[in-house]
Structures are given as C-alpha cells and as structure tokens.
Design a protein around this ligand. Structure first.
Ligand code: FUC
Length: 706
C-alpha cells in the first residue's frame, strides 16, 4: 500500500499528495530544493453573487413553446440571451502557497520517496537524511519532520514571490483573506519539526468574517504544545481508523517503483487493489467532516487559474467523487457534500423562484463554495437538474447507514426541496406526458432531421431518469419517515412519477434513446453517457426488472465505445461501473486496465487530461461495484468478477441496508463470505444467479455460503 520512486518529482503530477480534507500538500521530494505545494480548500476567488437574470422567468414560456414546436435554434438564441446567470462565469479555486525548503545539496545515493497509504505519511530519504510529512485531521496542521539535515532554510512562495514564514493576502479586491503560517520547532542540531497552518476568512457562502491569523494561531499554538511523537500517534490513529476498515487483496505487486509499475504492471490484478486503496486515500485526504467537498482536483491545485476553475461540476464530476464514499466504508467523508448542499439551498431556492417560478432548490452544472446555483457558461448551462442528481446522495447515505436521525435532520429536507423543484419544473409535453423543459443531455449535441444541430431540447432521457430516481427515493424516504404530514406530498410525487414520459428504445438502432426524439449524433463517442444514468448511478435499469431496456442500454454503451468513447478518465471510470452493473466482469476489467494505462499520471492521479480527480474516485467505486452490489434489494456477491482476478479477498465493504461484507474467492469461485449487519436481522444474498436468505444477529459476523 505504498507509492514509491527513486527520483524526486520534476513535475507537479509526479509529486505525492497528502491531505486532511481541508489542508493539502503536494510533495516533490526535492533534495537541495524541496517544494511542498500547499492548498487550503477555501482559497477560492470570488464571492456570493445574486446571479438571477430578471429576463429568465418571462422568457420561460416562450422557450418552452419553441422547444415543444421543434424550433430548437430559436429557443437556444432566446435562452442564451435571457436565461443565463449574470455574470456567466465563476472564478477559480487557487493554491495557498508553496513552502520551499532549501538545504545543502546532498548526493542522491539511496534516494527514495514514498507515500504510505495506510499511515498517510509521505517519506523522503537520501543519504542519512529523512523527511516525513503528514496532514493531521485531528490537529488541523501539516507536520514536517526533518532529520539528518543542517543549514536548512525555509520560505513561502506564491505567484513567483518569496515570503517569510507568514504569508498573507487577499483573493482580488473584495475577495477572501488568506494566510499561510509555518513555525519551526528545533529538536536538535540536525532535527526539526515544521508545523504549517493555512486559513481564509471564509465561514459560509455569504459570510467571510473569520480572522485567518486567529485561525492559524489557534491550531499552531495547540500543535506546538505537543511532541512530534504525539502528533504522529494522533494522526496515525485517526487515519488508520478510516483506512483500515477495508482491505482488498488481489495478489502481490512486483517490488518496483510506481512509475515503472504504471508502465509495465497495470495488468497485474494487484494494481487494481492499489488503485482502489489510493481512491479511498484520496477521498479521506480531500473530504472530511467540516471541510469543503472534494472539487475537480480534490483539494490539490497549483494553478491560479485552474482547468475548469477546479470547481464543482454537478453534471457528473462532483457526484462521481462521492461514488466510493459509502461502499468503500468512508461514510463520514460523504458529509462535506451534504453540508455544502445545505449551504447552497438558500441560493438554490432563490434561483428556482427567479428563473422558473418554482418551489424547492435548483442547481445547474457549475458551482463553487459561494453557492453558485445559476445557469452558467453557455446554453449547456441551462440544465436545471444538477440538484436533483445530487439529492441521490442523500438517499444513498441513508440506505447504507440507516441513519434515520440524519435523514430527518439533513437528508430529507435536501431531498424534499430538490423534489419540489422538479415537481414544479416538470411540464406536460405535446404527447401529454410529464417532461423537463428546457433540457440537455449534458454537453452532448444532436442532429435534427433537417440537418441542424442543437444541444437544447426537452425531456432528455437523463432528466427523466434523474426525475424517476429522485421521486422514487423520496417515496422510499416517506415510508421510513412514517410521518402522516407527508401524505399529500407523497401523492404529489406518485402522480408525477406515474405521468413521467417513458424511456424509449430506438426502433432505428435498438439503443436506449438519448433524447425524446430519435436523433442522430455528430459525436457518437461522446464522453458523457448520460442516458445510462438509470443503470448507474441510478437503479432504474436492471436485468431482472427491465431486461429490454437493459439490452438497449448495452447497445448504447457498445455504440459509444465503437465510436471511441471513454477517452476522458472520468468517462472511462463510468464505463467500468456500467459494465459492472451489466454483470460483465470481463469488460469492466478491460476498461479498468484502459483507465490505468491511458488515463493515469505518474503519481496515479487520474487524467482527463489534464489531472481531474473524478476518475480516481469513479475507478475506485467501479472496483467495489465489481465485487459487491446492493442496489437491487439484496447483496450480490462477485457480480462482475473478471477471470484476471481468480483469487482474492475483500473485507469491510458496505452495502445498502447497513451491512458490512467480506468475501474470499479462489479460482473464480466464492470460498467464504461474511456479513455483519448494523441492525437488520436478516439479509438476502445473491451469488451466481441464486438468492438465499440468511438470519443475522446485529453486530455479529455471520458466515454465509460456507
Ligand atoms: C464536464 C465534462 C468535461 C470536464 C468538465 C470539468 O463539463 O464534460 O469533460 O470533465 O466537466
């Protein structure tokens, strides 16, 4: 469970990440000049802006009429003029600073740098010098210990400027204040401990009143009162308490450095186990209770203007970040997503009223820590179902944890607000069915029979699947909430669900239709495979309940792949999850290998290109999905095991219903499985087509199939 190298990083994508959810560092492992590139998750330019466009609501009926009449080009023009947020762009998540350590050049003999995923410690050794770095979640500082080194000098750098051990600034004329501060605790002539703190004035999307200096001082004072051994022990206890919940053994890797392994060893099944655990590590490092949710780069960004602003993209990317959270037994790492969603609700309610005259809260395809909920960027931003998709995570969190108190307090208000918006937003189509209008199949384009191209439509398949998912999840939530006051709302949900436009199979191609009409596509290998949402991450499509739609969905995926699909890291990772849900271990495994071979950087970060962390998380979730599924109301063991993984053991995966599951197999055959339930007294388990029922004692591990 280590990444290691025989040379320092020369590029940022070779450096090794540590993080405590809020603070992160990319460690180059330099000898004479070391750089710890630092991030703090609220160092984000911009502020809350009321982006509501007063022209939007008056234009809505006409935009809808034009789209229903097939006048997509005119609808696009009108919506581009009147329905986008003002202004139309957000600003970038930024680096905090870099801590530069200069030391007399040493020989590179015996040089090694490594990241130990199990302990969360990045260690560099050369000659008799060592450097250890970790980001402590309990102590909220980054800790560096240097031994065997003298005449070490430290300074901060930001935007090519050098600063002493306190660096302060402001993100633009009226943006957040930020501060990085380091203190040095000499231990001996050749040993020192450096504590690094970072903070901004950010409190919430609209409150920037915190004092970064006081914040840094508080954590530094507290940490400086502890010895290195105490800081280390607290960190390791915290880190391993999460990390050690799951183990995955798919064999052993050759003892070669990670860059060589990436070049020659990704077909080894044990590489998938390393990638899986790295995904868990990255989620722990970029999303912890109290932090912001993981953005497009987790928390690691060295650019003042990052690709896509390193933002939150709720049309796949931020959701993908959280796909492993529950199944990979890191449920508390999911919490920052919910807190951010809750913080976005006031802005989302305002936008729902202002742009659509609707109740509830809306979110479009771009957001930030300032609760941006407006349609952004361009016409493809007029996609008002991002919040509805995000709300799926609330139901999943409940389904995996059975945490009814959490559902009442936070999950249900989010779900209900998202559903209220969708209920009001749905309109009757000319065919008399409920559809979204306006709508997109995210970022994809179609060709109309008259040869014109458009992105803008009504009732795109993904919207219908998201609406189905949200309304069904709300109905399920109402059952467990058992609150008679929700009965009128339940009726509203049910009648909308009954009237939703159905999913369609193209008579022309036999594929799942991506749009309400059977359009042709200019880019048939498009990276978004949105019309398969109901397969994954949704649960609408399964072989047992919807075999025809499943067969059509499989044809859609095959057509995407035949046209070169899966060329971005996250797209490839989604494909792994799709094949796992189809129960096709061979193709899931094949695309996993392609993810490793084509979309993985030297430090095992996923590349879009460029670096984007969603593929790491999507790949991690896909590996879990190959070993255990639970979306059909039963545990499904080894639903998509590739022949290339003949023997293995996984311990500690989580399943819906509050189960913890361990599975062992040999020569492709299940040899042992155990289930422990939090509270349920029984479970249904499927293996190779047979479902069996088992009685359980809550809190006790029960062997099944043995
Ligand atoms: C969506 C994707 C892009 C990229 C961006 C951050 O817009 O279509 O590929 O991942 O998010």
């Amino acid at each position: 469970m280590k990444l290691y190298y025989h040379q320092p990083a020369t590029r940022w994508t070779e450096a090794l990440p540590v993080g405590n959810g809020r603070l992160g560092a990319m460690i180059y492992g330099g000898v004479d000049r070391e750089e710890l590139q630092l991030n703090e998750d609220t160092v984000w330019a911009g502020k809350y802006i009321d982006r509501a466009n007063p022209a939007a609501l008056p234009a809505l009926p006409e935009v809808r009429r034009l789209l229903f009449a097939g006048r997509n080009t005119e609808a696009t023009e009108l919506a581009t003029q009147s329905m986008l947020g003002i202004p139309v762009n957000i600003e970038s998540y930024q680096p905090l600073a870099s801590l530069i350590i200069t030391r007399p050049a040493a020989l590179l003999t015996g040089y090694r740098r490594e990241l130990d995923l199990r302990t969360g410690i990045a260690r560099t050794t050369f000659g008799n010098a060592t450097q250890e770095v970790f980001a402590s979640a309990p102590d909220q500082v980054i800790v560096v210990r240097l031994t065997g080194q003298t005449a070490v000098q430290l300074h901060f750098e930001r935007e090519q400027e050098s600063h002493p051990l306190v660096l302060t600034g402001r993100l633009g004329a009226d943006g957040l204040f930020y501060r990085a501060e380091a203190i040095v605790l000499p231990v001996s002539a050749s040993e020192m401990v450096i504590l690094i703190a970072g903070a901004t004035s950010y409190v919430s999307p609209t409150d920037y009143s915190a004092d970064p200096a006081a914040r840094c001082r508080a954590v530094l004072d507290r940490a400086a009162g502890k010895t290195y051994a105490q800081l280390l022990a607290t960190h390791i206890a915290d880190h391993t308490a999460l990390f050690d919940r799951v183990s995955l053994d798919l064999g052993s890797l050759p003892q070669i450095p990670t860059d060589q392994l990436l070049a020659t060893g990704t077909a080894n099944p044990a590489f998938a186990a390393l990638y899986f655990q790295y995904g868990r590590y990255l989620l722990m490092a970029s999303s912890r209770p109290g932090s912001q949710p993981a953005n497009l780069q987790g928390i690691w960004n060295n650019l003042i203007k990052a690709p896509w602003n390193s933002d939150y993209h709720p049309n796949i990317n931020i959701q993908m970040n959280y796909w492993p959270a529950e199944v990979a037994n890191l449920s508390e790492c999911h919490q920052p997503l919910f807190d951010w969603m809750t913080a976005c609700v006031p802005s989302g309610e305002h936008m729902a009223r202002a742009h659509y005259g609707a109740r509830g809260w809306v979110m479009h395809h771009v957001s930030d820590i300032f609760a941006c909920t407006a349609p952004m960027d361009g016409i493809w931003g007029v996609w008002p179902v991002g919040g509805a998709w995000l709300a799926q995570h609330c139901w999943e969190h409940y389904a995996f944890t059975n945490d009814l108190a959490w559902l009442r307090r936070q999950g249900w208000p989010l779900l209900k607000g998202a559903a209220r918006f969708i209920l009001d937003f749905l309109v009757e189509s000319p065919a008399g069915q409920l559809v979204t209008n306006p709508s997109h199949s995210p970022e994809n384009e179609f060709i109309k029979p008259d040869g014109t191209k458009s992105k803008f439509t009504y009732g795109a398949t993904m919207d219908l699947q998201i609406a189905h998912d949200l309304l069904s999840n709300c109905l399920a939530a109402i059952v467990v909430l058992a609150d008679p006051a929700e009965e009128p709302f339940r009726d509203e949900l049910q009648s909308a669900l009954d009237r939703l436009a159905p999913l369609q199979i193209s008579p022309r191609t036999g594929r799942m239709q991506e749009w309400i009409e059977d359009y042709a596509e200019p880019e048939p290998g498009h990276r978004h495979i949105s019309h398969l949402f109901g397969l994954h991450p949704g649960r609408q499509l399964t072989w047992s309940k919807t075999p025809e739609l499943m067969a059509a969905a499989q044809k859609s995926l095959e057509a995407r792949l035949a046209a070169g699909g899966g060329h971005t890291g996250w797209s490839r990772a989604w494909i792994v999850n799709f094949w796992a849900r189809f129960g096709d271990g061979e193709r899931a495994g094949e695309h996993l290998r392609l993810l490793f071979a084509k979309s993985t950087l030297p430090n095992l970060f996923d590349t879009h290109p460029p670096f984007q962390i969603d593929g790491n998380f999507g790949g991690c979730a896909g590996i879990a999905e190959m070993l255990l599924q639970s979306h059909e109301g039963f545990l499904h063991l080894l639903p998509a095991l590739p022949a290339a993984w003949p023997t293995g053991t996984v311990r500690g995966l989580r399943a819906r219903g509050g189960y913890t599951v361990s599975i062992a197999w040999t020569a492709g055959q299940l040899t042992q499985a155990t289930v422990r339930s939090d509270s349920a007294r029984e479970c249904s388990v499927k293996y190779r087509g047979k479902i069996r029922h088992w009685e359980l004692t809550p809190g006790t591990e029960t062997s099944i199939f043995s």
